[in-house]
Design a protein around this ligand. Structure first.
Ligand SMILES: [Zn+2]
Length: 229
């Protein structure tokens, strides 16, 4: 199975009279929130970039340019839904792990709601969406409450089987055929022998009738297993 990992990072500035939306959930924060062209959901943007990154599909700006009026004040959850649709053509989302870096507010009591919301959009179990929150102890722009940053890492599983998986599937199929042949052999041998044919002749006849896959017989013989003895 082929796996691909991706990382996303985003920052938005904190301003007064804006909503604080994280992972599609509105978080009360004394009327201060994040500013940007869309709803500035920094967490959802980081997740989008991690998904696009894992799939090798560029970044959020290429898919939803902030010069485009149609994305003005748009809910980022809608953008995430579009990206998920794109990703799910070729991949299964295994899990997402996120870190939000902010001085305040404390996110502990909102984490479950965020996981629930994102799990629904990503169509994964909420246990496959992990949310962590950290302060930077007063340092830098997050510490000074000028902005909020978010990181996201995701793992995608390719729907397209790789070469080894394809070979295994062929081999499993061969084994299935072989088991089927094997089950029918005693009965068929018995029938031929009851017609007065000796064991070797009867066996050769089964092989000639392609009732025993000769390739498999050769394979076993090569490994010292003589199933006609
Ligand atoms: Zn953003």
């Amino acid at each position: 199975m082929k796996y691909r990992t991706g990382h996303g990072y985003d920052v938005h500035r904190i301003e007064a009279n804006r909503k604080l939306i994280l992972g599609g959930v509105e978080i009360p924060n004394d009327n201060a929130g994040l500013t940007g062209h869309s709803d500035a959901d920094v967490l959802t943007h980081a997740i989008i970039d991690s998904l696009l990154g894992a799939a090798g599909l560029g970044d959020i700006g290429e898919h939803f340019p902030d010069s485009d009026e149609k994305y003005k004040n748009i809910s980022s959850v809608i953008l995430l839904e579009e990206v998920v649709k794109l990703i799910k053509k070729d991949y299964i989302i295994s899990n997402i792990d996120c870190t939000i870096i902010l001085e305040k507010p404390r996110l502990q009591k909102y984490k479950d709601a965020i996981r629930e919301k994102l799990g629904g959009i990503l169509a994964v179990d909420r246990s496959d969406v992990n949310i962590k929150a950290k302060t930077e102890e007063g340092l830098g722009f997050t510490g000074k409450k000028e902005g909020i940053a978010a990181h996201a890492v995701c793992l995608l599983q390719s729907k397209e089987a790789d070469e080894t998986t394809q070979k295994l599937a062929v081999f499993e199929n061969m084994c299935g055929e072989f088991r089927k042949d094997m089950r029918s052999i005693p009965e068929r041998l018995e029938k031929l022998r009851s017609q007065g044919k000796d064991k070797t002749v009867a066996y050769k006849e089964l092989v000639a009738q392609k009732l025993i896959n000769t390739n498999i017989l050769m394979f076993f013989k090569k490994h010292g297993v003589y199933i006609d003895e």
